[in-house]
Design a binder for this molecule. Sequence first.
Ligand SMILES: Nc1ncnc2c1ncn2[C@@H]1O[C@H](COP(=O)(O)OP(=O)(O)OP(=O)(O)O)[C@@H](O)[C@H]1O
Length: 226
Amino acid sequence: MLPPEPVLSLDHADIYQGKKLVLGNVSFQINKGDFVYVIGRTGSGKSSMLKTLYADLWLQTGKGHVAGYALNALTPRDIPQLRRKIGIVFQDFQLFFDRSVEDNLKFVLKATGWTNKADMDRRIAEVLTQVGLDTAQQKMPHQLSGGEQQRVVIARSLLNHPQIIIADEPTGNLDPAVADQIMKVFQAINTGGTAIFMATHNYELIHKYPGRVLRCQDGQVVELRG
Ligand SMILES: Nc1ncnc2c1ncn2[C@@H]1O[C@H](COP(=O)(O)OP(=O)(O)OP(=O)(O)O)[C@@H](O)[C@H]1O
């Protein structure tokens, strides 16, 4: 067997919101191809931990590595580079509603340094196919269902070939059948080798799409044994 390739790790990390310690002494590792959930009650610190991992919150104590970047030694210039290597998906879709699907995706490509039009067109077609939305390129977001909009967000997260997708409640606003389809999209992406780290409240999905499970509880993160 090949040795595990870590794509994300926290090592004795403390997660803060301002001066408030939310999670203390957090240590775990996610390897290439892992599917990992983080669960826990409202306010237990899931989002704060994810935000720390994509450098929206600063890691003040302990160590962390994401896609080759040391979180505790990031410079402001590193942050866009780091975010290019991870895909970020939220519950609320955060698409530009005054632009087509294609223009939403092109915006991200241009912002991350792509210039060649043919390359951009090819990559946009690829990621839309990957999420099962090949025909939606010219549509405006409001012409799409909630599930389709979330697929566009997932497609957007894939544009720069991330090593890991960090998803915060990506099915939270969707009805169960649609949530199920979105999970299948994540599963297919994961099968292709991309690690997934997902905060969720939906235990049914965890049973149906098994993965490692971390729980935020009483200021700590523990891994549940499967
Ligand atoms: N912007 C903020 N400023 C100050 N405190 C915050 C901020 N965001 C969250 N907190 C606090 O940090 C703690 C952890 O919140 P967090 O949002 O990380 O929890 P969560 O597990 O993701 O909750 P949920 O499941 O509701 O999304 C809570 O006590 C919360 O009130």
